[in-house]
Design a protein around this ligand. Structure first.
Ligand SMILES: NC(=O)c1ccc[n+]([C@@H]2O[C@H](COP(=O)([O-])OP(=O)(O)OC[C@H]3O[C@@H](n4cnc5c(N)ncnc54)[C@H](OP(=O)(O)O)[C@@H]3O)[C@@H](O)[C@H]2O)c1
Length: 298
């Protein structure tokens, strides 16, 4: 079983964590910092990022943390960020694509994306593409995308990818999280085809009470309240992410998550996605469409 305490120092390695200031991103950053990894905290709000950084430094005084600003809703911001990152760093060992939003009211971004698809998927798709020159040249680098159990009910609806026809918040969230998973699988196929040592892995945290649920209607909060004991704390929920990033027995294309009841909580392990997530035809089409829409073809 994966134990963070059993992982040796990774001094000299560099990680980039999106949404590092809060919830699972915060816990992942903390875990990586404990292993002497230089962590770039890619956050949209510098004030919140600084508070998080100081909190980590109190617990891990030797932590090597650098804050960089990025708003994943905006392709322009992602491009500026990636250019600054490539200018500053010559390697990237762990790219943790964690930032996410869930079931907000409908919003279209400046790039014409539905906001959940923008932050959860398209922003990270573009970020990965732009950082590939570094990922491809860093031996044994890992890209970890964040999915969710919600992918199980998700479908990639090319006719409604950005809520062109209708907006159902949970449908859009599930689609975005399925897209993250299919992206990881497709990315791995491409790494393999190019005989690279870089791998793509995916993780889901089960369920953990974080700010992600801030848009959940009160009635649903009341309804789901009895199920809270089945969930787990962000510290434990981040373990599948850390396992995907640092686990010594991880292979490209694998999916990590909690192994307890219905995958809601429990010890981190390897899990299986729903069958439709492995559909290579849909993944390849999604990749193509994403390249067209983000216009980041290298
Ligand atoms: N918690 C769960 O039960 C659960 C279950 C399944 C999957 N997940 C996935 O786990 C990941 C982390 O979620 P969480 O539970 O830790 O949620 P969280 O506590 O709300 O943290 C989300 C992080 O993403 C950042 N973020 C949001 N919009 C952004 C943007 N436009 N640009 C850059 N950063 C942005 C947030 O920044 P601000 O603080 O500035 O808003 C925050 O740091 C998400 O991908 C989520 O889908 C979570």
């Amino acid at each position: 079983m994966f134990k963070l305490s059993a992982i040796p120092s990774k001094d000299g390695k560099i990680a980039l964590v999106t949404g590092a200031n809060n919830g699972l991103g915060y816990q992942t950053t903390l875990g990586l910092a404990k292993k002497d990894i230089l962590v770039i905290m890619a956050c949209r709000n510098l004030e919140k990022a600084n508070i998080a950084k100081n909190r980590i430094l109190k617990e891990v005084p030797k932590a090597k943390l650098v804050i960089m600003q990025v708003d994943l809703r905006s392709l322009a911001s992602v491009k500026t960020f990636a250019a600054a990152f490539i200018k500053e760093y010559k390697q990237l060992d762990y790219l943790i694509e964690n930032a996410g939003i869930m079931i907000p009211p409908f919003q279209q971004t400046e790039d014409g994306f539905e906001s959940q698809m923008a932050v959860n998927y398209f922003g990270h798709f573009a970020l990965t593409q732009l950082l590939l020159p570094l990922l491809n040249t860093t031996p044994n680098a890992r890209v970890v995308t964040l999915s969710s159990k919600a992918h199980e009910n998700g479908r990639i609806n090319f006719k409604n990818l950005n809520a062109e026809k209708s907006y159902k918040p949970m449908v859009a969230y599930s689609q975005s999280k399925l897209a993250c998973l299919m992206f990881a699988f497709e990315l791995q196929r491409r790494f393999e085809a190019n005989k690279l040592t870089t791998i793509a892995v995916s993780a889901h945290p089960g369920v953990s009470p974080t700010n992600l649920f801030k848009h959940l209607p009160i009635w649903l909060r009341v309804l789901t309240f009895p199920f809270i004991p089945l969930t787990h704390k962000p510290k434990n929920a981040a373990l599948p992410i850390l396992y995907a990033a640092l686990g010594t027995d991880i292979n490209g294309g694998e999916y990590c998550g909690p192994t307890g009841f219905k995958g809601l909580s429990g010890a981190p392990g390897k899990v299986t996605a729903q069958l439709h997530a492995y559909d290579e035809e849909v993944s390849a089409k999604l990749w193509e469409v994403s390249e067209e829409l983000t216009k980041v073809i290298l």
